[in-house]
Design a protein around this ligand. Structure first.
Ligand code: ADP
Ligand SMILES: N[C@@H](CCOP(=O)(O)O)C(=O)O
Length: 295
């Protein structure tokens, strides 16, 4: 029996659609695996009632199939589904790390990112790896077709999750199929600024680098209260705010001394709109970890 904790993640960070991701300190999924003749899944925790236990429809079950590693899989959800905080990815990442160790498969973490991305494909329709990469590797990650980079960074973040659901599959449907050249140039400038900010642990550059004009406005329209929450976060000292993943969570960067105020301002702004919300104060966190191994 083996247990792995894999963290929530925030993908895109505005300018890095389907490319950037960052591991958060919390929340996290905790996945326990035991060898079995065929895969079965049991889900408890946040939003468990919305998550299929059929292995073909659960990201962890798809990972077990991809690794040819049948197991009884217990998933304790810390990351609520349809949150924009990489819920389905956290289970996939944890299962990939756990089953790789349980069956001694010897895959590298980079190889496990590809396996876990197949789990994501099963639920969102496309094998985007920008959540599973940081959930497995930790840090700030850059995913391309030819590989994945991970760098450690120390930048305060606030993830604010309202009590509304936006499915990644639906939110992918509103992404424009083309963009104007000046918007593409702007996005490249932002992405480079954000990357430099992560490298230098500079919250101002990370926040400025979140600005993006193509995907974000289309996604923001699906999130009640988006403009008011962004404004409140900025007034409280956020250096940048954007949609986390496909939403409805928002992610903000800030200096450490402003983190508490930014978190409160975001929650209050959602509440002023009649929407319950909670905020997670985080830094750029670690990746999946084996927390129990009973041989
Ligand atoms: N292990 C899992 N954890 C969470 N969601 C899962 C899992 N397996 C399948 N799903 C399905 O994936 C969808 C949630 O994923 P997604 O929309 O990407 O949410 P998030 O933005 O939080 O990652 C839901 O339809 C859920 O039923
Ligand atoms: N790049 C994907 C990321 C989805 O993240 P999630 O946390 O909402 O699953 C996208 O933007 O569609």
């Amino acid at each position: 029996m083996l247990t792995v904790r894999a963290p929530a993640t925030s993908a895109n960070l505005g300018s890095g659609f389907d490319v950037f991701g960052v591991a958060l300190d919390r929340p996290a999924d905790v996945v326990t695996v035991e060898r079995a003749d065929e895969t079965t899944i049991e889900v408890t925790g946040a939003g468990a009632q919305y998550i299929p236990e059929n292995p073909a429809k659960n990201t962890a079950g798809v990972v077990a199939r991809e690794l040819d590693a049948p197991a009884h899989i217990r998933i304790d959800k810390g990351v609520r589904p349809s949150s924009g905080l990489g819920s389905s990815a956290a289970s996939a990442a944890a299962a990939a790390v756990a089953l790789n160790a349980l069956y001694d498969r010897g895959n590298t973490n980079e190889e496990l990112v590809r396996v876990a991305a197949e789990g994501e494909a099963a639920v969102s329709g496309e094998a985007h790896a920008d959540n599973v990469a940081p959930s497995i590797l930790g840090g700030f990650t850059v995913v391309r077709d030819d590989g994945v980079l991970s760098i450690n960074a120390d930048v305060p973040l606030v993830a604010c999750l309202p009590e509304i659901a936006v499915s990644t599959r639906d939110a992918r449907g509103v992404v424009p199929r083309s963009a104007e050249m000046d918007d593409i140039v702007h996005t490249v400038g932002s992405a480079a600024t954000l990357t430099a900010g992560m490298q230098r642990d500079d919250p101002m550059l990370v926040g400025r680098g979140m600005d993006e004009r193509v995907v974000t406005p289309a996604r923001a329209a699906l999130i009640d209260g988006y403009d008011a929450v962004c404004e409140a976060a900025s007034e409280a000292g956020a250096t940048g705010v954007t949609v986390s993943g496909a939403g409805p969570a928002l992610i903000a960067a800030c200096y450490p001394e402003r983190q508490r105020a930014v978190a409160s301002a975001m929650v209050e702004a959602f509440e002023d709109d009649g929407i319950d919300a909670r905020a997670y104060r985080s830094t750029v966190g670690r990746g999946a970890e084996i927390i129990e191994n009973e041989g």
